[in-house]
Write a protein that binds this ligand. Structure first.
Ligand SMILES: *Cc1c(COP(=O)(O)O)cnc(C)c1O
Length: 355
């Protein structure tokens, strides 16, 4: 598959590249950005001509609705470089479609495929030397949209800015992850915006996550808001549980984000003939499995970390540690998935798209 080309775009090149000042071996996730960014404004009911220009701050009106009402959405995706120096994307169509679903939920205009995909392709071509070869290296892609229209009236903005910024990343290792199963706080509720990548979903998690951090836990396993009996997501990732040799993950819903990594793990597990069940998983099932020794693994799945193994969890002040396994499904699936992404294994699914 190839990415759709963009028809009309203005390009203002950076006069100097910052690339030689970057220590690619010691990157902190999401902290360094490439030389260029894409900007496209929405005005008077239509998208204007997109511009690729040097990465730099910009000004917007203090009354812009993004500051007051949080009308903002984003995506997270990655580019990879193969051994022949070609740049690849992983299931980018999924991110494009999800971006527009998020836009609709937040009363924002949809972005066209030629701006999103064509703009991304052009930007990646311009900054391609920022994508490094090798399994640990990726370029994290952050498309986002903010409401730039001015005026503090609580109504959808008339003007928006769509942007794409790029950040080189090393494979994301977050250390040992221990989680708390949520008994009070919620990430999302039916009828809410949990299925959208809307900015406010993430700021709403900061406080409960900080309380968990203070107790020595890195993340929260979110449960359903109404009963707190169903296990739904881990931090900003989808979550999988391995009980004996079966993997379980919750079905997507208004409360659970439809992750591309989750989807890919399910399809990969099916190809590998691993038993996988997509159904609601109860907290009490997890506790029972932890007590009788059938709970083998818990892991998060998302673009940034790909797969994030969890070493233990706490529920109602009881801490349960997961066994240390010689053969981890999480590690195995992560390796298979990253090999496909980096073009080191055959992509039998047609997931990878050449830039
Ligand atoms: C982005 C996100 C995920 C993971 O989605 P991917 O497409 O796999 O990156 C899971 N849960 C939440 C809440 C997210 O925002």
């Amino acid at each position: 598959m190839e990415v759709t080309p963009l028809i009309d775009i203005e390009i203002i090149s950076a006069s100097n590249s910052k690339i030689n000042s970057v220590d690619f071996e010691n990157l902190t996730f999401g902290n360094v950005f490439t030389d260029h960014m894409l900007i496209c404004d929405f005005k008077e009911g239509s998208w204007q001509k997109p511009v690729i220009q040097p990465y730099a701050p910009f000004t917007i009106d203090p009354s812009a609705k993004v500051f007051h009402y949080g009308q903002a959405i984003f995506e997270g995706m990655k580019a990879y470089k193969d051994e022949e120096d070609a740049v690849w994307l992983f299931r980018p169509e999924e991110n494009f479609q999800r971006f527009n679903k998020s836009a609709t939920r937040m009363a924002m205009p949809e972005v066209t495929e030629s701006i999103f995909m064509g703009g991304l392709k052009k930007l990646l071509q311009i900054d391609q030397q920022w994508v490094k070869k090798g399994i640990g290296n990726t370029l994290y892609i952050r498309p986002f949209m903010i409401a730039t229209g001015h005026g503090v009236i609580a109504a959808p903005s008339q003007e928006y800015r769509f942007m794409i910024i790029l950040s080189p990343a090393r494979s994301y290792y977050s250390g040992e992850v221990k989680v708390i199963v949520a008994e009070h706080f919620s990430r999302a509720a039916n009828g809410g915006i949990g299925a959208a990548k809307a900015a406010g979903n993430y700021s709403a998690q900061f406080y409960p996550t900080k309380l968990a951090n203070d107790k020595g836990f890195q993340q929260i396993i979110w449960t359903d808001d109404a009963t707190h009996t169903k296990l739904e997501e881990a931090g900003t990732m989808n979550v999988f549980f391995r009980i004996n040799d079966t993997l379980y993950t919750a079905p997507t819903s208004e409360r659970i984000l439809d992750g591309v990594t989750r989807k890919s793990v399910i399809e990969l597990a099916q190809r590998e003939q691993i038993n996988i069940e997509v159904r609601p998983i109860l907290v009490e099932e997890l506790i029972a499995a932890a007590k009788n020794g059938s709970l083998k693994e818990i892991f998060g799945a998302g673009t940034a970390a790909v797969i994030n193994p969890i070493v233990g969890f706490s529920y109602q002040e009881n801490y349960f540690e997961l066994p240390q396994l010689e053969h981890s499904m999480a590690i195995d699936i992560k390796e298979k998935l990253t090999n496909i992404q980096h073009k080191l294994a055959e992509d039998t699914f047609g997931w990878t798209v050449k830039v």
